[in-house]
Design a protein around this ligand. Structure first.
Ligand SMILES: Cc1ncc(COP(=O)(O)O)c(C=O)c1O
Length: 434
């Protein structure tokens, strides 16, 4: 090439959630069945779409308007529905200019970071959902700046740590919450969010709250969306259809801007997000037209409830199975679609492994695990030995060792069997030494 296409210092983005799939496919070719516990796609795991939802889409296909562009901000029907629901329940009222649709939150996340000045940083949670950590650190050309969620305190953050980071790192201009969180499943306590809002006010920051799982909350912790406690701080709420309908293939999500006009810098940022979307014309039309009919359908609340019931049952089962193992730390997720297991640091050593059969699979995995973090080794051994594909926790910008599995398997017998096999795999890993 006459010119370098890639900026100096750019590293390849490694998206471990999908990266491990390549190895899984090779293991599969040796005749082993693979249980894919790595991706949060309910549809791929067999979740069935109710007939009434399909009927709504069929109707929309007959509506020629669903084949055209929609207004850049979003279709009128979808925006009116969102505003009506919000303004009925929340003290902070939104208007049409506070909503902006995207092709999935992945698109919104990438757009937000690409529009921020490279020396303006967001303080991210650790562990962190990779689209945020990759997007934010890529825009800055630096490692992410992180606050830690504590696995021994139900994954709640330490407010003092956040304060210290804000005092010491001038470039931080905002704080990210993922609530409910991926990968930990934590739901932030109301007073924790209030304290973070207080810090944002004190230091002149904005907040982003990724609430894509807001209707997948099944634990005991009451859920607080950011809008309920944001007061007058500028903020962005992130919402979408991927997880709650669930319709990840819709590529339909939206941003809500809170206190948009309270700070000129923030207002200009929001305007630039709109300008960016305008240059791309609009987000996908069909899901926006279907949105009010699906989310407003009389059977929708019951659907959400029945999904929560199943998730609770799965969480209880995994917790009972894995909390008996001395070498791990587990707590019950309160929301989202994942269960995260942390390995106690003092229990790890470089000689641990799991027996793998056949020999070709063993050779492939042994090649992969050379010089890798302990948890990546565990995940590859589990894949080779048990045909179960989970994601190493260290790949979520975390210095904790462990893994994340999904709660999505629809066949309860298979689900229980997979959890039991994971339990056997963990025990084998910790009792082995080469
Ligand atoms: C916390 C979080 N935010 C955003 C996304 C991306 O959602 P979308 O399908 O709307 O791009 C995911 C997907 O797993 C997620 O877990």
């Amino acid at each position: 090439m006459r010119k370098n296409l890639n900026p100096i210092g750019a590293e390849r983005l490694v998206y471990e959630i999908r990266e491990i799939v390549n190895i899984g496919k090779q293991i599969e070719s040796f005749g082993k069945k693979i249980h894919w516990e790595n991706i949060g796609d309910p549809i791929n795991k067999g979740e069935k779409i109710p007939q009434w939802m399909k009927d709504i889409l069929k109707e929309e296909i007959d509506n020629d308007l669903s084949w055209g562009y929609s207004p850049t901000r979003g279709s009128k029907g979808a925006i009116d529905f969102i505003l009506k629901n919000n303004n009925k329940t929340n003290a902070l009222k939104l208007d049409e200019e506070d909503i902006l649709f995207f092709n999935g939150l992945g698109d919104a996340i990438a757009t937000i970071y690409s529009r921020m000045a490279s020396n303006a940083r967001l303080l991210l949670p650790s562990p962190c959902y990779t689209a945020h950590s990759i997007g934010e650190s890529d825009h800055a050309g630096e490692k992410p700046i992180l606050y830690h969620l504590d696995p021994e305190n139900n994954w709640q953050p330490d407010i003092e740590e956040i304060r210290q980071k804000l005092e010491n790192i001038e470039s931080i201009c905002g704080i990210l919450l993922i609530n409910p969180d991926n990968p930990t499943g934590t739901v932030f306590l109301r007073e924790t969010i209030q304290k973070i809002v207080g810090l944002a006010k004190e230091f002149g920051l904005f907040i982003i709250s990724d609430e894509i799982y807001q209707n997948v909350v099944f634990g005991e912790t009451p859920y607080t969306p950011l809008i309920e406690v944001i007061e007058d701080v500028p903020a962005i709420g992130m919402k979408g259809l991927s997880k709650e309908i669930p319709w990840p293939g819709s590529r339909c999500a939206w941003l809500e801007f809170y206190n948009r006009t309270n700070d000129p810098e923030f207002e200009f940022f929001v305007q630039r997000l709109l300008d960016t979307k305008m240059s791309q014309v609009c987000a996908t039309t069909l899901p926006q037209l279907a949105l009010p009919k699906i989310l407003g359908h009389s059977e929708y609340p019951a659907l959400l409830e029945s999904r929560k019931e199943i998730l609770r049952e799965k969480v209880d089962f995994i917790y009972d199975e894995l909390s008996k193992i001395d070498e791990v730390i587990v707590s019950k997720p309160q929301g989202a679609l994942y269960f995260t297991v942390v390995f106690k640091k003092e229990s790890l050593n470089e000689w641990q492994f799991i027996e793998i059969d056949p020999p070709e699979a063993k050779a492939l995995i042994e090649e992969q695990v050379k010089n890798q973090p302990f948890d990546k080794k565990f995940c590859y051994y589990l894949l080779g030995a048990k045909g179960i594909c989970v994601v190493p926790l260290s790949s979520f910008s975390s210095d904790l060792m462990g893994f994340r599995m999904t709660l999505l398997e629809t066949d309860m017998d298979i689900f229980r069997q997979v959890v039991k096999e994971i339990s056997v795999g963990i025990r084998a890993f910790f009792s082995s030494t080469l």
